[in-house]
Write a new protein. Sequence first.
Length: 128
Amino acid sequence: MKKLSFIFLLIVSLFVLAGCGVSGINFGYAGTNRDGNMSYTYLSFNSSEKHTVELSAGDTLSLDVSAEVLEGNLEFKVLNPDNEVIWSLAAEEDINQTAVVSVEDSGFYNLVVEGNQTKGNFKLKWED
């Protein structure tokens, strides 16, 4: 009887935690993240994806962003070597945009996509 009670308590705890929006949990999540392209489809995306690129002072980073947002929201960011946001785009609905980001300092830049309890898909393509 104690074993059955423990299993029941464990199952209830898992459902409670799932309902609290525990960050970092993704469901139905598939895609790629490689040079020049980050593309994912998901039933639930509640974390972030990052790709690091090395750029030189004076470079420009061309971005092509598209997303289908069925629930929640996404945020696309470019972070400089000091981890400061130098460009961002929030998406609470479908988007299809391009942007050119000028680079002031040489170093490693992070391209980040953050999902907040979102459902849908996104594509981020870049060229430097």
